[in-house]
Design a protein. Structure first.
Length: 270
């Protein structure tokens, strides 16, 4: 018996990284999975974003657990795409119990005033508005089920404190917290819980690429502020984040809502 037997989880940004890891971890506990992602480059991001074949790899990884996984090529910036994602989940499984609004990008800037319109707009559109659009599409189906449910939004340590070098990222990740807290109040009477997670560095394609470590090395003051935790880990294994997500969406977390869950190896104590 798994902790999520019979449940269905919708995961945005499920093509790789944290999204893929969450999909596999929840499937291991009995959930069927619907994932979405894009398969094209976001212009303002200086390292690879979505690629063809990513979603297929996630599907294969989930199916190894014995659960079903449906992949939808969809962009969280699109209302129509998010509606199609939710409708696909309902059409395939007849229910939605969990939403992991995980899709996100990262880009960096020397300072706030040198940020371009493109970098700002891409960041807010994907990392904040995309969470809203995914939640707006999925929540009515969770409510209609009358069984309660759980939403987890992927924020960051940059959603709890300002981090030099990524003003737009911090603004979007702080915005997710406000969205979460409001939804948690609105949905609590129906036993639908809403929380954010706030990881420090994670060993995923967002940070494990040619660009990001080089940028941190070239900007030592900013790099030191961004990369060092108090506990002896620079980038956490992605599955460790997935274990916290599992806790939040399972019955073990059934009374937890409206919280900002730090998974930060002591970063916020610095």
């Amino acid at each position: 018996m798994g902790q999520l037997d019979g449940k269905v989880a919708v995961i945005t940004g499920g093509g790789r990284g944290q999204g893929r890891s969450h999909a596999v971890r929840l499937a291991e506990e009995g959930a069927d999975i619907v994932v979405c992602d894009i398969t094209e480059q976001v212009g303002s991001v200086p390292f690879p974003t979505g690629r063809p074949g990513d979603l297929e790899e996630t599907v294969a990884a989930v199916e190894k657990t014995g659960r079903r996984c449906i992949a939808v090529e969809a962009d969280v910036r699109s209302t129509a795409d998010m509606t199609r994602l939710a409708d696909t989940a309902m059409g395939e499984f007849g229910r939605i119990d969990i939403l992991l609004a995980n899709a996100g990008i990262l880009s960096l800037s020397e300072n706030t005033w040198e940020l371009t319109d493109e970098a700002w707009d891409d960041m807010i559109d994907i990392n904040l508005t995309g969470v809203f659009k995914a939640a707006r599409a999925v929540i009515p189906h969770i409510r209609a089920g009358g069984r309660g449910g759980s939403l987890v939004f992927t924020s960051s340590i940059a959603g709890l404190k300002g981090v030099a070098g990524c003003t737009h990222y911090a603004a979007a990740k702080h915005g997710i917290v406000g969205l979460m807290r409001t939804l948690a109040r609105e949905l609590a009477p129906e036993s639908i819980r809403v929380n954010t997670i706030h990881p420090t560095g994670v060993d995923s394609p967002m940070s494990n690429n040619e660009f990001f470590p080089k940028w941190l090395d070239e900007h030592k003051e900013l790099g030191d502020a961004m990369r060092y935790n108090l506990m002896p880990v620079d980038a956490m294994p992605v599955r460790d984040v997935s274990d916290v997500v599992l806790f939040l969406v399972s019955d073990a977390g059934k009374w937890i809502t409206g919280t900002t869950q730090q998974i930060d190896a002591g970063f916020m104590l610095k």
